[in-house]
Design a protein around this ligand. Structure first.
Ligand SMILES: Cc1ncc(COP(=O)(O)O)c(C=O)c1O
Length: 461
């Protein structure tokens, strides 16, 4: 059992700050500054408690918090490690460069089938429309006073897009132009959260949401989901913010049914929480009628986040945040203080794509292509597939013991896979693969699924 680490830790019993918060803070700082490195093993809770002369509960609470924030990785049963992709916010340049490989996902080499989720098909856009959009951006005069809400004409076009594509009854006055979902969520966190506040994230759920909330000082609270989405009865009453993906739960794929949407909003009204609705891939929907966005059901309690990262590509760096007017004003003020903005030329180029109907045409084309890839998956892996009504990924449900070996053997055969286990911050509850079909061609999707099918052990084996 490891009893020491090369980082001085101490607790101050006179301090009003709880011991677990002190310990977590010191470990976080050590990871943030690179004194504790990715992959390094930490003492057990018993070892840490002995080292510091505190109770084991203090050590457990400190580790739990760091797990929730994504700093630690529990290879269950075999110890506690600094996560491979723990974000080195303030690492010296050389170490930061070394760590970059861990946080930046490089494209797969030729011949390798990449079925990990998160990326759209970036080869299918209309090049002429794209060039036209950028010519119009080039004609834009430079602006010395960027508007924190975004260009008025783009806000209008986005409101119209939301009314049409998502049936959200919204006016431009409630729309802010962001650089994407992550940016929008960070602005909300910077405005509403801080030390002492609690922020819920679906479990399993989007890792970036956990990191963003934690980096703004909030305590991250895991909120379990089932195959339909977030379980409302399990939500605590003291959350300031809840991050959720009702249109297509990431990564399980559930679609939150209307009665549960109503219950969720009733919970938010009762507790005063703000619900952040991440609508990241809602433009892609197959064989099912759209369900109303949460924002449309209660515009007073919900912030809706949208992005072009799935429809066009993350490199465009454009999204939107829809919120009640008073909250939007508070976010705009905070944004000014953070010197944060969306570049004007990008806004102009996207406005041109919307004005000319180019984005709608692109969406229609991609919807067809993604529907075909998704059909290829269902054809090969049908009985195992869950959450295939929307978006660019499905879940493949498998027994827990099967997943690690299958992922390894698929990797040896040139198929890269992601697991639901990887998107938990506590002990994994949902087991299987998260199969992305955004960035692999239809032929590659078929090839990858055939390999997976071969590697699934026969039932009862
Ligand atoms: C759940 C979820 N939301 C949103 C996004 C997009 O974020 P952004 O707009 O910051 O690129 C992703 C991208 O992978 C995602 O997985």
């Amino acid at each position: 059992m490891r009893l020491t680490i090369d980082v001085p830790l101490a607790v101050d019993r006179e301090s009003p700050v709880p011991l677990a918060v002190q310990v977590a803070g010191q470990l976080r700082e050590a990871m943030r500054t690179g004194r504790l490195r990715a992959g390094e093993r930490l003492p057990s809770t018993r070892g840490l408690a002995a080292l510091l002369g505190v109770s084991r509960t203090v050590a457990t609470d400190a580790y739990q918090q760091l797990y929730a924030e994504g700093w630690l990785d529990g290879r269950h049963g075999s110890g506690t490690y600094v996560a491979d992709d723990a974000l080195p916010y303030e690492k010296p340049a050389a170490q930061a460069a070394e760590a970059r490989g861990a946080v930046h996902r490089a494209p797969a080499p030729p011949g390798v089938v990449d079925l990990r989720p998160g990326r759209p098909w970036v080869l299918g856009y209309d090049e002429a429309a794209w060039r036209r959009a950028w010519r119009s951006a080039g004609e834009l005069a430079l602006n010395a006073f960027p508007d924190p809400y975004g260009h008025p004409e783009l806000r209008e076009l986005l409101a119209e897009h939301l009314r049409r594509a998502r049936a959200v009854p919204v006016g431009a006055g409630n729309v802010m132009v962001t650089r994407g979902t992550g940016n929008g969520l960070d602005l909300i966190a910077a405005t509403l959260l801080g030390p002492g506040s609690r922020a819920g994230v679906e479990e399993p759920g989007w890792r970036a949401a956990r990191r963003i909330f934690a980096s703004r000082g909030a305590e991250v609270v895991p909120c379990p989901v089932d195959e339909q989405g977030v379980i409302v009865e399990a939500l605590p009453d003291d959350l300031r913010v809840l991050y959720t993906t009702p249109a297509h739960q990431f990564p399980v794929g559930g679609r939150l049914p209307i009665p549960r949407r109503e219950k969720l909003l009733a919970w938010a009204r009762r507790t005063g929480a703000i619900v952040v609705e991440d609508d990241y891939d809602a433009e892609f929907r197959y064989d099912v009628a759209p369900l109303p966005a949460l924002y449309g059901l209660d515009p007073g309690r919900v912030v809706l986040l949208g992005t072009l990262s799935k429809s066009l590509g993350p490199d465009v760096g454009l999204g939107w945040l829809v919120a009640p007017a008073d909250l939007l004003d508070a976010v705009a003020e905070r944004r000014m203080h953070l010197a944060d903005r969306t570049p004007g030329p990008v806004q102009r180029a996207v406005a041109t794509l919307l004005e000319r109907g180019d984005l709608d045409r692109h969406l229609r084309r991609m919807r067809l292509e993604y529907a075909r890839r998704r059909a290829a998956i269902v054809e090969v892996l049908g009985p195992y597939v869950r959450g295939d009504t929307a978006g660019l990924h499905v879940m493949v449900a498998l027994p827990a013991g099967v997943v690690p070996g299958l992922v390894r053997r698929a990797g040896e055969r040139g198929v890269l896979l992601d697991t639901t286990e990887a998107h938990h911050h506590g002990p994994p509850r949902v087991h299987g693969l998260v199969l992305g079909y955004g960035s692999a061609s239809r032929a590659d999707v078929r090839r990858g699924c055939a390999v997976i099918r071969e590697l699934i052990p026969p039932e009862g084996a």
